[in-house]
Design a binder for this molecule. Structure first.
Ligand code: BES
Ligand code: MN
Ligand code: MN
Length: 455
């Protein structure tokens, strides 16, 4: 098997790459309405690629937002079915001046593709289409593969839930396979056995009913920026625990065994600090860096603004101040419950000199893949087949909100077989994906299908 796949992939290396570069040229930014047409162009390109790769049928399903691409290759209805999920939308590329090359003008330097979406998630999603092509072209596909590629993951998948719920039969599968996360490195392969959930809110703090002259009124009227800054500063205590009553109530603490296992994963704190240009790390007392980003919930300020931020100086006492705040959640925390908790807490701690309005953005539940599941075992075996090493199970810090819904609605486990690296600059300027990781993914995925079909 192996040899015939290898030969096909070796022969088509450049074709695979050039096709990916074409996809990366489409600025499919889901958050911005100006890209609505690009989203459809991208969905159509993916439909075309799936058909060329050997899918029997591919359909573009419109939604209230951006379309979902669904495709399938059914070889034998009595055989296991793998549902591959990925997303073709990308995060906004801004700030543009920090990119060394155009975000939608993919550039290869030192064996790395620099472009928005190269790793998250077009590059990783495309590995699955090329794995399908490999299996079809070499006549070695023994299971059924379904594809659900959405265009709204980066904005919280607002329409995918409804699609999943209303298309259970269409999406019916024995496991869900996702490559939209990272591994430790090609030398130390790992598999995510969990993702964190998310609660995202926005707050508006209002002081006086209009902007005021800071000399005429300053000192006598509360400045909403000062008040908001104080409120935010109170959200963590001196040990960097989250200072909101009830926040940790539902957290299932990782066992001593799991923490001991986590501590075995290679991690170089000096390199980590050097890479980020920080002298010291920061975090919740009592937990290691890997634990802080994996098994612990967090609270982050994603944005804060208010008053005058234009050129020069303006002496103003602003009427309003704003912040975007999100919490990463771990099992068994609930996204809606934590959002309510956050909103109520902020309202409660606000002094009477301001009023607080809070709104809810998207959220998602945490997810855990049991290592006893067939899906996990097939993924671990596939990694072993191409890396000659057993993958280390780790917890991913990011969120893919649809995971828990897939499990709930389809009754299947989700396996996270990511081929990115934490250093791929996801959501940042100069996002990249190593060619070696791209090809390793295409090499490994066919084994997953083979092993899962055998289980
Ligand atoms: N691919 C990421 C999630 C991810 C990144 C998982 C790294 C594991 C490791 C995904 O595209 C993403 O960015 N998700 C968002 C959540 C969404 C609701 C905007 C996130 O994690 O912030
Ligand atoms: Mn992603
Ligand atoms: Mn992302």
């Amino acid at each position: 098997m192996q040899q015939i796949w290898k030969e096909y992939q070796e022969k088509n290396k450049n074709k695979f790459l050039n096709e990916l570069l074409d996809l990366l040229r489409i600025p499919s930014v889901s958050a911005k309405s100006e890209h609505k047409a690009d989203m459809l162009t991208c969905a159509e390109a993916i439909k075309q690629r799936l058909l060329e790769a050997g899918a029997d049928t591919v359909e573009i399903y419109p939604t209230d937002g951006h379309p979902i691409v669904y495709g399938e290759k059914i070889t034998d209805a009595t055989k296991p079915t793998v549902l591959v999920y990925g997303h073709y939308d990308v995060q906004p590329a801004e700030p543009l001046d920090l990119w060394n090359s155009g975000p939608f003008d993919p550039t290869i330097i030192d064996g790395k593709i620099f472009a928005r979406g190269s790793c998250d998630d077009k590059g990783q999603m495309y590995m699955h289409i090329k794995a399908l092509e490999t299996l079809v072209q070499t006549n070695t596909l023994t299971n059924n593969i379904k594809f659900c590629i959405e265009g709204e993951e980066e904005v919280g998948s607002p329409n995918l839930g409804k699609f999943v719920t209303s298309h259970k039969e269409l999406l019916k599968a024995d496991c869900v396979l996702i490559s939209d996360s990272a591994m430790i490195s090609l030398d130390t392969p790992s598999l995510d056995i969990g993702l964190r959930g998310l609660s995202y809110i926005e707050v508006e703090v209002t002081g006086p009913n209009r902007d005021l002259h800071s000399g005429v009124y300053g000192g006598a009227v509360a400045n909403p920026i000062t008040i908001l800054a104080k409120m935010i500063a109170s959200l963590h205590d001196e040990n960097n625990h989250i200072n909101i009553p009830g926040f940790y109530d539902d957290v299932i603490n990782a066992t001593t065994e799991e923490r001991a296992l986590m501590a075995k994963a290679p991690f170089n704190e000096e390199e980590y600090k050097t890479d980020l240009a920080v002298k010291e790390l920061w975090g919740e007392k009592g937990f290691s860096t890997i634990e802080r980003t994996g098994i612990r919930p967090t609270l982050e300020l994603n944005g804060i603004w208010g008053g005058y931020t234009g050129e020069g100086a303006k002496t103003v006492l602003p009427s309003k101040a704003y912040a975007k705040i999100s919490a990463r959640l771990v099992p068994n925390q609930n996204s809606d419950k934590i959002a309510d908790l956050l909103i109520n807490h902020l309202k409660k701690i606000a002094p009477a000199c301001v009023t607080v309005k809070a709104t809810l953005h998207h959220g998602g539940e945490p997810y855990i893949t049991p290592i006893e599941s067939n899906a996990y075992k097939a993924a671990a075996k596939a990694i072993e087949a191409t890396f000659n090493k057993q993958p280390i199970p780790v917890r991913g810090g990011g969120s893919i909100p649809i995971c828990s819904l897939f499990e709930k609605e389809l009754g299947t486990k989700v396996v996270l077989m990511g081929f990115g690296l934490d250093s791929d600059n996801l959501h940042s300027p100069n996002e990249k994906f190593d060619l070696a990781n791209f090809y390793k993914g295409i090499e490994t995925i066919p084994y997953f299908h083979q092993f899962f079909a055998e289980m």
